[in-house]
Write a protein that binds this ligand. Structure first.
Ligand code: GDP
Length: 690
């Protein structure tokens, strides 16, 4: 018999998982009553435990959706808040504390909230039942309660007592029924009294004869009738109950003692209903009948909703199946695929080019430092010294001065920490390529996966960094002592450094133009010629020039110095370019005249050797380990919940998954409803046969 309620509770849980939808709510029993009418006592008598918040002030601020589930004999009783994930709670005073906390969490200014607290209670002593406990009506707001509280509670109750819900209207026997707020509210929405059950509490407080009259009330007739109860928890039991657990039998005994003491009024011969046990049975029957009555309506609502979900799935998502796991797997596959494509295009030649470009820059720096620089940073006149530039072409090849100069330059290049530099350049390139791939992948909208991938990159590169850099450094060691140059190497270097110088010249001229544009050609010329004069010692600078000098501001002087530097550098590079291209530099014997070419030969040798080891130690290792590391971090090791969380980070995917889930759940609910209908049909059939 009670199978229907249980199945409907199952269906309701499924529908709850679909999400808030008013059309899909199944009929419930909603419990209303004014404060102190004995509402909590009735609910606790049905459940068999004290679990509701108590206190002088109103503490019920949210509806409690109470689902009772009958379990088999001997099972432990426990409660569960499905939305909180606290697990099974066997201590009912803890349930009471949790409910109090949840109620207190509603902000004072909101007074009440219509977001229900879901609480399931599993016990062999409860019937399968679902009830919604609402905040008790108050007559006047207390001193520390907001004035609009009364109205807000009443509005909240009105929302819940609409059809097809059953109203359990609680009134105390010692208050005139005409004054019962619960019955007044129910009459407003159920004027013919078709779906209201009247509960009269505190029957022990009035004269039995009067009590009997109330229960057979003719003034406010209810189709489902009235039930009188004595649901106060006996004082001794309240203490006792904590150890034994269930208080039902104590209440029933107490109640029984009262009603059986007045057999004329409440005995089997009288036609009034009394007792918590009677009330329980009535609730079960009424709920079951209401659910059965609403079955086809519920079915229609579900299939309508299912139709909409199916349509959305077809139109928006082209019936494309999707699961969080498949989404992750596909995203990972396509990322690995794009990485593979990158890896095929980024090998030795590309690393070589990158590294050589980097070394070209270092060569330019060293040349500037050792051969070309004119002191310019400060404005004091320079010490007279031979100008390497003008002297270089006529240098005596036997002069120790030029030998030392070239040796020092070469050594600056070979000892600059090639291992570290080369490894850094390649590691940085790999990092930025991975970031680039990430930005154009599905993972772009998944912060967690992104962090994992970046971290995987760094950890592999960090692991390899020191050994790679040591290896490279070791292998270039011979070049620190001796460098042999072949003719073809010289020719290639001469060609290359010519291009580098040309690029450098263009960069210098471009930068000079930008300075010129920013302050004006004329002004720049003025300030530059002032700086020239200072350099030649024709003008004496007061102070250090930081606060401005010669009528120029400090900022202008700075721009002027930049201008002079760039102009000088451009002139030098032009001159060196001519030198490199001259006949003199076509022969490797003249290396002292042509340090640019010689350093380029060295840079080229360093590059070739470094690339050889970088390729084996860093690139190949990275290309091998990276996809495996991704599998580890984003494949096997993620829990189902993590995969789900990952997929739902992308709003588009979340909507897609939601539609699928909704469709599946609605299909399941519909299937269950159909099976109930079939069962119901068979029962009807059997009944008619009898
Ligand atoms: P609520 O505010 O409507 O939830 O009311 P409670 O269940 O907290 O009850 C209010 C007061 O009435 C408490 O002191 C209860 O002990 C008492 N009470 C509840 N039911 C009965 C009853 O049947 N008989 C008597 N004498 N007192 C009751």
């Amino acid at each position: 018999m009670m199978l229907l309620t249980r199945k409907m509770i199952e269906i309701r849980n499924i529908l709850q998982a679909v999400g808030q939808s008013n059309t899909l709510s199944l009929p419930s029993i909603v419990v209303i009553g004014s404060q102190s009418s004995g509402k909590s006592s009735v609910l606790e008598a049905i459940v068999g435990h004290e679990f509701l918040p108590k206190g002088f002030n109103m503490v019920t601020r949210r509806p409690i959706e109470l689902t009772l589930i009958n379990t088999s004999k001997g099972q432990t009783e426990y409660g569960e808040f499905p939305a909180l994930g606290l697990g099974r709670i066997t201590d009912f005073s803890q349930i009471q504390r949790t409910l109090t906390d949840l109620n207190l969490a509603v902000p004072e200014r909101d007074c009440v909230s219509d977001d229900p607290i879901r609480l399931n209670i599993y016990s062999p002593n409860v019937p399968d039942l679902s009830l919604i406990d609402l905040p008790g009506y108050i007559q006047v707001a207390g001193r520390d309660q907001p004035p609009q509280l009364k109205q807000k509670i009443s509005d909240l109750c009105d929302k819940y007592i609409q059809a097809p819900n059953i109203i359990l209207a609680i009134s105390a026997a010692d208050v005139d029924l005409a004054n019962s707020t619960a019955l007044r509210a129910s009459r407003r929405v159920d004027p013919r009294g078709e779906r209201t059950i009247g509960v009269i509490t505190k029957m022990d407080l009035i004269d039995p004869e009067r009590g009997c009259k109330i229960l057979s009330d003719q003034k406010y007739p209810l189709r489902l009738g009235y039930v009188g109860v004595v649901s106060r928890i006996p004082q001794t039991t309240a203490l006792f109950s904590r150890s034994t657990g269930n208080i039902t039998s104590a209440i029933l005994k107490n109640e029984q003692a009262f009603f059986s003491a007045h057999p004329v009024e409440f005995g089997p011969e009288s036609d009034v209903s009394v007792g918590v046990a009677t009330l329980r049975k009535k609730l079960m029957t009424v709920l079951e009948q209401t659910m059965a009555y609403n079955l086809s309506g519920t079915r229609d609502a579900i299939s309508q909703e299912l139709e909409e979900a199916t349509y959305e799935f077809k139109v928006q998502y082209n019936d494309r199946p999707l699961s969080a796991e498949s989404y992750l797997a596909e995203s990972l596959d396509s990322f690995k695929h794009s990485f593979k494509a990158f890896a095929e295009d980024f090998g030795r030649p590309q690393v070589r080019e990158m590294l050589k470009n980097e070394l070209d820059q270092r060569v330019m720096d060293i040349l500037a430092q050792r051969y070309w620089n004119k002191p310019i940073e400060d404005l004091t006149p320079p010490m007279p010294e031979p100008d390497p530039l003008s002297d270089l072409p006529k240098a005596d090849p036997e002069s120790q001065y030029w030998h030392r100069k070239l040796d020092a330059s070469t050594s600056a290049l070979t000892k600059l920490g090639i291992g570290r530099m080369a490894t850094t350049v390649v590691a940085n390139a790999l990092q930025s390529h991975v970031e680039h791939l990430l930005a154009s992948s599905t993972f772009a909208s998944h912060p967690y996966a992104q962090a994992q991938i970046v971290d995987a990159t760094n950890s592999i590169l960090n692991d390899r960094f020191f050994s790679t850099s040591d290896q490279v450094e070791n292998c270039i060691k011979p070049y620190k002592y001796e460098i042999e140059v072949e003719d073809p190497e010289w020719a290639k270097a001469r060609d290359n450094i010519g291009k580098v110088l040309k690029d450098e010249l263009r960069a210098c001229e471009g930068a000079l133009k930008r300075v010129e544009e920013s302050i004006g050609k004329r002004k720049l010329n003025d300030v530059m010629s002032f700086i020239e004069k200072v350099r030649k010692g024709e003008v004496v600078l007061e102070g250090d020039g930081l606060g401005g000098a010669g009528g120029f501001s400090a900022a202008l002087l700075k721009r002027g110095r930049e201008g002079v530097f760039l102009r000088d550098r451009a002139a030098i590079i032009k001159m060196r370019l001519l030198a490199v291209r001259s006949k003199q530099c076509s022969n490797k014997k003249n290396k002292y005249y042509c340090p640019e070419v010689f350093l380029d030969v060295v840079a080229d040798k360093l590059t070739s050797t470094a690339v050889l080891f970088l390729n084996v130690e860093l690139l190949s290792e990275f290309y091998y380990n990276f996809p495996r590391e991704l599998d580890m971090r984003l494949g096997r090791h993620l829990s189902e919940a993590e995969v789900e969380k990952f997929a739902r980070e992308d709003p588009r995917i979340r909507r897609h998954l939601d539609v699928i889930k909704k469709k599946e759940l609605l299909e399941l609910a519909l299937q269950k409803i159909e099976s109930i209908r079939q069962l119901d049909g068979r029962n009807l059939h059997k009944k008619s046969e009898r």
